[in-house]
Design a protein around this ligand. Structure first.
Ligand code: NAI
Length: 296
């Protein structure tokens, strides 16, 4: 089986961090790409950002100039959801809110062909729950890209309770053809990566809470002896403490508040105080030109 033909249109909904990255991947794979956002200005900005990145790749010699020029001409903003009617695949990357996503997919079903693949990039919501209420839930699945999507190869291909095997196969082959490393998984909370990563963060935060060691020390140990590129404190500062905590809470709730996934009180304090990480200038560590380098 092969993936979706390159001549077919891929639509991306949500022109933020992930939407831009996914659009770039589909575009460079050869598809025509439409980006829709509830905020039309953001859709136009998203298209501009993707076009800039493609042009910069060509300027650096990482992409053939003719291919870059063709790609730039193949991506457009969509003014309305109805403009996505011809898409063979729609990847949704809007805000992590089940009610918003469900309403969006129900509206989208009125627009696209019954056999168009519908995918969500959700980090931690249930694919099964998002599909409930759809007329054709068999073609609905999770395509979970990682940030930054153009650079990171892994894509979790998540089958919900109602996802047809043929739809999952088509999605798998499509992202494989895009040069990614797809991995099939079922719709368990957090899928594979976001679930297994929970204890990585939680145990590190617990060691700190028990005054076992300082964040910089724990990070250094995991980097230098554990082989991790980043320790859990620096990594959650990069992700955003609010975003990371929300995923933890979602996985915890999904497991009926099982103690294994209990959120961290220390992280709660960071979020409450607005210390969200790099984006706010302070998280576990301070950031900015004058910030001291944390000593292990
Ligand atoms: P973002 O906040 O950067 O972008 C979200 C975009 O969706 C915004 O431009 C917003 O205007 C738009 N939007 C909101 N409601 C909409 C609606 N009803 N219709 C159309 N557009 C709408 O968010 P980000 O970080 O790109 O995340 C998007 C999704 O991807 C979330 O589900 C998130 O959990 C998931 N994700 C995020 C990762 C990350 O590292 N940021 C990694 C993997 C998945």
């Amino acid at each position: 089986m092969t993936g979706i033909e390159r001549s077919r249109t891929v639509a991306v909904i949500g022109a933020g961090t992930m939407g831009q990255g996914i659009a770039q991947v589909a575009l460079l794979a050869g598809h025509r790409v439409l980006i829709y956002d509830i905020n039309a200005a953001l859709a136009a900005d998203g298209v501009g950002i993707v076009q800039d990145r493609v042009e910069r790749m060509a300027a650096k010699g990482r992409l053939d100039p003719a291919a870059a020029e063709a790609a730039v001409a193949r991506v457009d903003p969509a003014a309305a959801l109805s403009d996505l009617a011809g898409a063979a695949l729609v990847v949704e990357a809007v805000v992590e809110d089940a009610a918003v996503k469900r309403a969006l997919f129900q509206a989208l079903e009125q627009v696209v062909a019954p056999d168009a693949l519908l995918a969500t990039n959700t980090s931690s919501l249930s694919v099964t729950e998002l599909a409930a209420g759809l007329a054709h839930p068999g073609r609905f699945l999770g395509l979970h890209f990682f940030n930054p999507a153009p650079l990171l190869p892994l894509v979790e291909v998540v089958s919900g309770f109602a996802t047809d095997r043929a739809a999952a196969d088509l999605a798998y082959e499509t992202v494989l053809g895009w040069g990614k490393t797809p991995v099939r998984c079922a719709d368990t909370p957090g899928f594979i990566v976001n679930r297994i990563a929970r204890p990585f963060y939680a145990e590190a935060f617990a060691v700190y809470e028990e005054q076992g060691a300082a964040p910089a020390t724990i990070d250094a140990v995991l980097r230098e002896s554990g082989g991790f590129k980043m320790g859990p404190f620096a990594l959650t500062d990069l992700i955003g403490q609010d975003v990371n905590e929300a995923v933890t809470r979602s996985v915890w709730e999904s497991f009926f508040r099982g103690p294994k996934f209990t959120p961290s009180l220390a992280q709660r304090r960071l979020v409450q105080s607005g210390r969200l990480g790099r984006k706010s200038g302070h998280g576990w560590f301070p950031y900015g030109p004058d910030a001291p380098v944390p000593a292990p």
